[in-house]
Design a protein around this ligand. Structure first.
Ligand code: ADP
Length: 455
C-alpha cells in the first residue's frame, strides 16, 4: 500500500476512534443522567402524594379530586397507587394506566424501602412511606417522553456528527498526506532520470530546510562524491593506460633495434638491463595500482596488523638499498621510546610499507646526493616520522597537487617515475587516520611529516 494511502487510513482510524469513543461516553453519561433524574422525579411525586394523603385523616372524594388536580399531567402516562399497611388500596390516580402489583412486590418494597424497575416502556418506583404516623406503599410509574426524545435526538446528532467528522478527516488526511508525499514523489521522479550519462544532474532543492529538502541535499552531496570518484577513476584509467603505453613503446623499440642486426654480447647485456629496468618500473606501477584498488574496496578488514613502525622503516631501507645501492638512508630516533607500544600502530603493513618506500625513494631520487634522512619520535599518544632531503624541492604552486594521481612537478620530470607514489602514500595515511604534512623549498629540500596515533 502506498505511504499516502497508509497515512490517510491511519489518520482516519485514529480520529474516527477518538470521535466514536467520545460520542459513546457522551451518550452513556447523558442516558445515565436522564435515568437518575427521572427516577428522582418519580420519587418526589410519590413523596408529595403520600404526604398529602397522610396530612388528612380520612380519604374522601374531594381529597382525591384535589390530589389528582395537583398532580395530573405533570408526568406523561403517569400513574400513582398507594396502599395502606394491610396492602389495601387507598388511592389510585384517575387515569387509564396500570401498574401490575403482586404480593412479592409488596414484600420487596417493605424490605428494601425503595425499588426501581421498568415495566413495558414505563419506569416505576416502589417506596415504603413511613412519616407522620402513616405506613404506605406507594407505586409511581410514568413514561419519560421528553427525556427519551432528547436521548434519541442526542443519538441522532452524535451519529451524524461522527460520520461527518470521519468524512472530513478522510478528506483532510488524503489532502495533507498528498501534500506531504508530493515532494518525495517529485524527488523520486528526478532521481530515476539520473544515470551514469548525466551524473552531473542534481535534484532540485527548495531551501526550506525541512527533512525532505535535507534528503535532497544529502542525495546531491552523495552524487557529488560519486561523480568525483567516478571522474578520478576515469582519469586514473586514462593516465594508467597512458603510463603503461610509454614504457611498452620504449621496450618495443629497444627490441626492434636489438633484433635489426647481429650485436656484440655486451650490447645485448646493456639492452637487456635497460629492458629489465623498464619491466621493473611497470611491475611497480601495476603493483601499486593493485594496492590502491584493494584499499578502496576493503577499508575496514585490511587494517588489522600490529606494526612496529621503526622496524618497518628499517626493512624498507634494506629493500631500497638492495635495489639502489647508490642511495643512502640516514635513520635515527629523536628520543628513544620508553616502551614498544610507543612505536606500534594498528593498520596494514603492505600499505604502510608502500607509503614509506615511496617517500624514502622520492627523497633519494629527487636529491643530487641521493640521501634521505628519516627521524622518528613518539610522545604520549602520537608517533611522528620525518622524511627529508636536501634535494630539488617542490615548486610552491605544485605542493597542493603532488598527491593527485599521476601528477608530477615540472622540475622533477627528468627523474624517472609515474607520479602515482604519493597518491598511494596519502591514501594509506588517510586509511590509518594519520596526517601527512609537506614543507618544501625549491632547490633546498623537502620534508614530509607523518603523524599517527600509536597504541
Ligand atoms: P613519482 O615520484 O613517480 O613522480 P610521486 O607521486 O611519488 O610520483 O610524486 C609526485 C611528484 O611529487 C613527483 O613527480 C615530484 O614532482 C614531487 N615530489 C615528490 N617527492 C619529492 C621530493 N622529495 N622532492 C622533490 N619533489 C618531490
Amino acid at each position: 500500500m502506498k505511504i499516502r494511502y497508509r497515512l490517510t487510513l491511519l489518520f482516519s482510524i485514529i480520529v474516527a476512534s477518538i470521535v466514536l469513543i467520545f460520542s459513546f461516553i457522551t451518550y452513556v453519561l447523558y442516558a445515565d443522567y436522564r435515568n437518575d433524574e427521572f427516577y428522582k422525579r418519580l420519587k418526589d411525586k410519590a413523596q408529595t402524594t403520600a404526604r398529602l394523603l397522610a396530612d388528612v385523616k380520612e380519604v374522601d372524594k374531594d381529597l382525591l379530586r384535589i390530589i389528582d388536580q395537583n398532580t395530573i399531567n405533570e408526568l406523561y402516562k403517569e400513574k400513582v397507587i398507594i396502599y395502606d399497611k394491610n396492602n389495601d388500596l387507598i388511592y389510585s390516580s384517575i387515569d387509564d394506566e396500570v401498574i401490575s402489583i403482586n404480593a412479592k412486590l409488596f414484600d420487596k418494597v417493605r424490605t428494601k424501602k425503595y425499588i426501581e424497575y421498568i415495566e413495558k416502556e414505563n419506569e416505576v418506583i416502589g417506596m415504603h412511606y413511613l412519616e407522620n404516623g402513616a405506613d404506605y406503599i406507594v407505586f409511581v410509574s410514568a413514561f419519560d417522553k421528553y427525556g427519551k426524545k432528547k436521548l434519541e435526538n442526542l443519538m441522532y446528532f452524535l451519529t451524524v456528527s461522527s460520520l461527518i467528522s470521519v468524512l472530513i478527516t478522510i478528506g483532510a488526511g488524503a489532502f495533507f498526506s498528498k501534500r506531504a508525499i508530493d515532494p518525495i514523489i517529485e524527488i523520486n521522479n528526478q532521481v530515476s532520470t539520473i544515470t551514469i550519462d548525466n551524473i552531473s544532474s542534481r535534484v532540485k532543492t527548495e531551501g526550506s530546510k525541512d527533512e525532505i529538502d535535507q534528503l535532497a541535499k544529502n542525495f546531491n552531496q552523495m552524487l557529488d562524491r560519486i561523480e568525483s570518484s567516478f571522474k578520478i577513476q576515469k582519469s586514473f584509467i586514462n593516465n594508467a593506460s597512458h603510463e603503461l603505453r610509454t614504457p611498452l613503446a620504449v621496450i618495443n623499440s629497444q627490441l626492434d633495434v636489438a633484433l635489426s642486426q647481429k650485436r656484440e654480447k655486451e650490447e645485448y647485456v646493456t639492452i637487456l638491463k635497460s629492458l629489465q629496468e623498464d619491466a621493473r618500473k611497470m611491475t611497480n606501477l601495476v603493483n601499486t595500482m593493485l594496492v590502491l584498488a584493494k584499499s578502496e574496496e576493503q577499508q575496514s578488514s585490511i587494517l588489522k596488523d600490529v606494526i612496529r613502525v621503526d622496524e618497518l622503516i628499517l626493512s624498507v631501507q634494506d629493500e631500497l638499498l638492495s635495489l639502489y645501492p647508490h642511495y643512502t638512508v640516514d635513520f635515527s630516533y629523536i628520543s628513544m621510546p620508553d616502551n614498544d607500544s610507543d612505536m606500534t600502530i594498528e593498520g596494514n603493513e603492505l600499505l604502510l610499507r608502500s607509503a614509506f618506500m615511496n617517500l624514502i625513494e622520492n627523497a633519494c631520487k629527487f636529491s643530487r646526493n641521493h640521501q634521505a634522512k628519516v627521524r622518528i619520535n613518539s610522545d604520549d599518544t602520537l608517533l611522528t616520522i620525518l622524511i627529508y632531503d636536501n634535494g630539488i624541492g617542490i615548486p610552491e604552486e605544485d605542493i597542493s597537487r603532488i598527491f593527485d594521481p599521476f601528477y608530477r612537478a615540472d622540475n622533477g620530470r627528468q627523474v624517472k617515475g609515474f607520479g602515482i607514489g604519493l597518491s598511494i602514500t596519502k591514501r594509506a595515511v588517510d586509511l590509518h587516520k594519520g596526517r601527512i604534512i609537506v614543507k618544501s623549498q625549491l632547490n633546498a629540500g623537502s620534508t614530509f611529516t607523518l603523524i599517527f596515533k600509536h597504541l
